[in-house]
Design a protein around this ligand. Sequence first.
Ligand code: AMP
Length: 280
Amino acid sequence: MQTVGTIAEMRHVIADTRAEGKSVAFVPTMGALHEGHLRLVDEAKVLADVVVMSVFVNPLQFAPSEDFARYPRTLDDDSRLAAERGVDFLFTPTKEDMYPEHAPVVMVHPGSVGKEWEGAVRPHHFEGVLTVVAKLFHIVMPDVAVFGQKDLQQVAAVKAMVRDLNFPVGILVAPTIREPDGLAMSSRNRYLSPKDRELGLILSKALFAVRDAFTRGERRASALEAIGWRMLERVVGLTPRYLAVVNADTFQRVNNVRHGDAAVGAIRVGETKLIDNIIF
Ligand code: AMP
């Protein structure tokens, strides 16, 4: 594996790769890699000749009150894990290289896809995400990029951007990887104390209960949301933020739930925000 530290070098590497007639799959991350990220690499390897992974903690998608400064940065471990898993190029740009003017003047707005749920809890978050993804796509110029279902609203926003702005990039979505007890893997899980981790488990349990009720035949979104919401509310020591049944592409709430719709949820435990979702 080759580590590529600048945009200029990445452009050279990609030009050489293209000249050799090789296809490129891209896995963007913020590092603190875990098995969920590494499964995206597995998917990427099947799709193209060369796999580029980026590790960049994007300041643009964090609000001033959020955890940008303390977000886990574990580049040595990330580098070893990525190499072991078969990443060809690890792209690790600095924020000065990505944002020489501090903040870009032009940003990509997610529109209605990014308005509710995570978008409401974290104003400007998806603008930051889409802007960095657009930049990374222009730098890496992949044939295909792999994203995790774990961040389903991000997937919907990226797909909408690619469609509406005609990016020549295929988007593949890989399933959410979970711990054996159901907790969705996340770089932020390492913030959780054992007690908070125990409390946080209710989010996946609530979403699984919602899915079970759908399987038993319940199709009213309000009834499904009430099942999940009641489970979250019963737990003392956490703050439920949202739990909703939505169309997985538009992220608009639905009334009558169909296969392919999603239940999305978020809670705060202590200082840590957890998100998760299931697709019916
Ligand atoms: P992040 O580093 O958290 O920004 O995530 C980078 C990519 O990994 C995104 O496409 C995420 O959706 C994906 N990802 C994060 N956690 C998981 C997980 N538990 N399972 C599958 N994909 C994940």
